[in-house]
Design a protein around this ligand. Structure first.
Ligand code: XIL
Length: 449
């Protein structure tokens, strides 16, 4: 109590400035500019795929703070929105759209016409061409109308090509013929004339047979007057394998008069991650960012999940992972700083990078609670530490142990006690506190500084 009071007194003159600084950037690197501000200054989008079920706590804080665009990872796919025919589940997709509105973010709609993640009733049904055509038109119209005016860009058609540039055999190409793409785009334009309409694919980042087929399609759609505004390059890449023709490829699409977006960037490595692999990954992220920044019609980059704990890679590519810019514990990786650097921000990792702090409420009663912060290092170490956070709901620290804590307004700073400043690589330190709360007691993001 005593040290808290005296801390308050000494901090009181700097109260407003300190409070404002921490509220503006309450996350991992309070002193750094969020990626979205750097991107906005360059007129670019920096986005992430997000899982609506996770948009609270640290995950939600980072998603809102760092990105100016979000893409629902699965929530807008057909099997998610219409699991049985005529019965719709919009709740997860709605959540992403409201999160985006609340955080002043764009939404990338993903995706309307695809061979994968279609509901069983559709995939296993037997349809005449006329039935299939009207089912697809209804789907596009229903989903786009629901979110009309709130989706900046739609991945209307996803993954239409084989690696050799021929059309993929799908329910759509088989049932409707190759012109299903033009029809889908035309229906999409009618449903939401304000949304940018994209065709999106993977392994089309460099100049190759598949991207050339996509290029020829876009060229012919433009010539026919079919509405097409952009090309999405998914960019599910492998460590050390950013195609050298990436920028040239982006440029050739741009020269057709369409926008280009990197829509699903991740860069996977064989596990375990090492410092050398993480450094290569940072260089790879930078190469992708730089290529987009260099072409004015490249609107921006979306990562397919911002944290390694929320990436599809380990589930799908055996033995691979660590593909995103944040660790599983929400610590920014070298790739994060590479993205920031490419967008004109600082590239320096703060001391203690590789160390993260996790906040938890271990006990709570009517007006009080006991909180705990665990600082762990992996791939870094600390010889002293300060843990900072901002209470979002009026909570107050009343007493702390194993740390010296002060609170000024909503801003709390706890520094190590004389005996626990050292956190070795692979080790951790925990401190605790009692506090008061009322109404709600959300967990803040703790930053180390
Ligand atoms: C992935 C999701 O991330 C996974 O959760 C899901 O199990 C499978 O689909 N290309 C795309 C995305 O266009 O929709 C895919 O997303 C990844 C590959």
């Amino acid at each position: 109590m005593r040290s808290l009071r005296s801390g308050l007194v000494t901090l009181v003159t700097g109260l407003t400035a300190l409070g404002a600084l921490l509220v503006a950037a309450p996350g991992a690197q309070a002193a750094d500019t969020p990626l979205r501000d750097l991107a906005a200054a360059k007129g670019k989008v920096i986005g992430s795929a997000v899982n609506p079920a996770k948009l609270t706590g640290t995950y939600g804080d980072i998603a809102g703070r760092e990105f100016n665009s979000v893409t629902p990872d699965n929530a807008m796919k057909w099997e998610s929105v219409e699991p049985s025919r005529g019965s719709f589940n919009w709740a997860p997709a709605d959540q992403v759209v409201s999160f985006a509105t609340a955080h002043n973010q764009q939404v990338r709609g993903h995706t309307l016409v695809w061979h994968s993640q279609n509901p069983g009733w559709l995939a296993n049904g037997t349809w005449t061409q006329a039935q299939l055509s009207s089912i697809l038109q209804d789907h596009i119209t229903t989903e786009m109308t629901r979110y009309k005016g709130r989706i900046a860009a739609w991945d209307v058609v996803n993954e239409a090509f084989n690696e050799d540039g021929t059309y993929r055999s799908t329910i759509w190409s088989n049932g409707l013929g190759q012109d299903y793409i033009a029809q889908a785009l035309t229906w999409a334009r009618a449903a939401d004339p304000g949304a940018k309409l994209y065709i999106n694919d993977y392994n089309v980042e460099g100049v190759n047979a598949k991207s050339t087929a996509l290029y020829n399609l876009v060229k012919s759609l433009k010539e026919r007057g079919v509405p097409i505004d952009g090309v999405g390059l998914q960019a599910h890449l492998i460590l050390g394998q950013v195609p050298s023709s990436l920028q040239q490829n982006i440029q050739r699409f741009a020269d057709l008069g369409v926008d280009v977006a990197i829509t699903e960037l991740d860069i996977r490595m064989q596990l375990p991650a090492t410092d050398a692999k993480l450094a290569q990954q940072a260089a790879d992220y930078k190469a992708v960012m730089d290529a987009c920044v260099a072409v004015s019609r490249c609107v921006g980059v979306t990562v397919w999940g911002f944290t390694d704990s929320d990436s599809w890679v380990p589930d799908v590519f055996d033995g691979y992972g660590a593909a995103t810019p944040y660790t599983e514990n929400f610590a920014p990786k070298p790739a994060y700083y590479a993205i920031a650097g490419s967008l004109g921000g600082g590239t320096t990792q703060p001391p203690g990078d590789g160390c993260t702090a996790v906040y938890s409420v271990v006990n709570q009663w009517s007006t009080g609670f006991t909180g705990q912060v665990r600082i762990s290092c992996s791939g870094g170490s600390l010889s002293s530490w300060r843990a900072n956070w901002t209470f979002g709901a009026g909570q107050r620290v009343t007493q702390a142990w194993n740390a010296n804590c002060t609170q000024s307004g909503t801003a709390v700073t706890c520094s190590n006690a004389s005996y626990n400043g050292t956190v070795p690589d692979g080790g951790s330190v925990t401190f605790g506190f009692n506090g008061t709360w009322s109404g709600s007691n959300p967990a803040p993001v703790v930053t180390l500084g």
